[in-house]
Design a protein around this ligand. Structure first.
Ligand code: URA
Length: 209
């Protein structure tokens, strides 16, 4: 599928296995997420346009490639999105950052928005929405809708794990939206958790359970 990219590089898969392991402690989980974020970003940003800049090496002058085109905004779906955000931001430190606070109503599994802060010029930027877990797809779909309402037109989602149900729901709500993930797991369970998954990403990142 053109709008679903699975980043199954051996380094990503290896680190992901350690993140899935329930015995992996919080600090290591966070470190692994940070490292995987770098590797995911490498693919998510692969098609950034290149322009050339005249520079002088110690030997000669040359037209050397630099990133051109639209500037980036990284938008984190709170709170688990922050784990991916930090790693990607290390690679593109001048990107702007937005935050969308959404929690899942535990009964309906529907997203409820409690916070929104986006840069004013989002329409002129490429938006990278980050959330480690694409589960039901409801939160991601709601976040994409909010980005579109704010004027964003060029949006892609970077996650770590996806459920087939989430991919389907997000593409039903936003056809053609590019999704990047390290793996598409088997299914969602009755509580909306990805199986086999890695548990609650926020809790595992911050040690809250
Ligand atoms: N959110 C999580 O943190 N984990 C899941 O499995 C699903 C949603």
């Amino acid at each position: 599928m053109k709008d679903l990219t699975i980043i199954d590089h051996p380094l990503v898969l290896h680190k992901l296995t350690h993140m899935r392991d329930k015995n992996t402690p919080t600090a290591q989980f966070r470190q692994l997420l940070n490292e995987i974020a770098h590797l995911l970003a490498y693919e998510v940003l692969r098609d950034l346009p290149i322009t050339h800049q005249r520079i002088e090496t110690p030997l000669v002058a040359m037209d050397a490639p630099v990133i051109g085109g639209k500037k980036l905004v990284l938008v984190s779906i709170l709170r688990a999105g922050n784990g991916l955000l930090d790693g990607i931001l290390e690679l593109v430190p001048s990107a702007r950052v937005g935050h969308i606070g959404l929690y899942r109503d535990p009964k309906t599994l529907e997203p409820v928005e409690y916070y929104l802060k986006l840069p004013d010029d989002i329409q002129a930027r490429t938006s990278i929405l980050v959330d480690p877990m694409l589960a039901t797809g409801n939160s991601a779909a709601a976040a994409v809708t909010r980005l579109k309402q704010a004027g964003a037109t060029d949006i892609r989602l970077c996650c770590l794990l996806a459920a087939p149900e989430g991919v389907k729901a997000l593409h039903a709500a936003h056809p053609g939206l590019p999704i990047f993930t390290a793996a598409v797991d088997e299914k969602l369970n009755d509580h909306g958790y990805i199986v086999p998954g890695l548990g609650d990403a926020g809790d595992r990142m911050y040690g809250t359970k």
